[in-house]
Design a protein around this ligand. Sequence first.
Ligand code: AMP
Length: 323
Amino acid sequence: MSKGTVPSAIKAFDYVFAALANGYISFSLTGPMEILYRLSMESIRTLRIMQETSKRRLFQGKTIGLVPTMGALHKGHLGLVKRAKNENDVVVVSIFVNPIQFGQNEDFDKYPRDREGDMEKLKKEGADILFIPDVKAMYPEGFSTTVTVGGLSDRLCGAFRPGHFAGVATVVCKLFNSVKPTRAYFGQKDFQQTVVIRRMTEDLNMDLELVVCPTVRESDGLAMSSRNAYLNAAERKAAAALYRALLSAAETAKAGSSARPPDIKDHLIAALKGEQLISEIQYAGAYDPATLEELPEFKRQNLFALAVKIGDTRLIDNVMVDL
Ligand code: AMP
């Protein structure tokens, strides 16, 4: 065998996989070929190549599902990928820890990052494209546009994280413009985010479908979150109190008792105060799922939501309560 044969063979495979991944060639794949194809997830780092790739797929009549994430992937994220996989021809997962949605004293620097682990999980899930732009590509010098969704962005989490949802709306708008998704997938865990993004897509006539997926939980009910990694063992145990409080508040509201939204707020706060490691309750109560304002009276659909700190770690959770 000549010296260059093995590298050339590897290169040839690379070309075939790249051609498959780019949609230049396609045929029906089953068995081992399908496994090989799945292992060929493409990584794209530049916005221009992402746009060109998406344009080509759309031109071929394919649908594109986008799952925007900040990485450190867990089963909550992977649930979105699965759903996107079921509903679209091409699944793009973006990983971008977006500096402009973090406040000055927040956890941007220590936010968990696990590129290798994330890639493995996404390949197993069958994601087609990993979009990983870097900060300079997203926000080049001179960048000066911000998408602000008025009102909704200032309530609940927004009251404690000024500028957060403008950062989220801006980056999601840029991701939509780069990936051109047919559908975009978000988790109910970040309910306010889904409301803000929906408002943005409607106000700016963005031509895509938003899909909101249920919150994936640990066995004790704690909503999965990349930030759970910050919790020590005692804090992790205490964190189960969030979902327990929401469930017992929902039971109280559903019991047909005379409980009104202010009682639900009291109920949630009392339950959270019962957990000593909760160091701060930022908000807790019953909210209008459309406006995110505190409810004076129950509606048919009610959002029970809360945000607390356990030690330095900020955690949020919510349930939708139909009455
Ligand atoms: P993040 O990486 O935290 O920005 O989350 C990316 C997406 O995954 C967002 O749409 C989140 O709402 C969603 N997500 C995060 N955790 C969960 C979870 N436990 N269940 C469902 N979706 C989730």
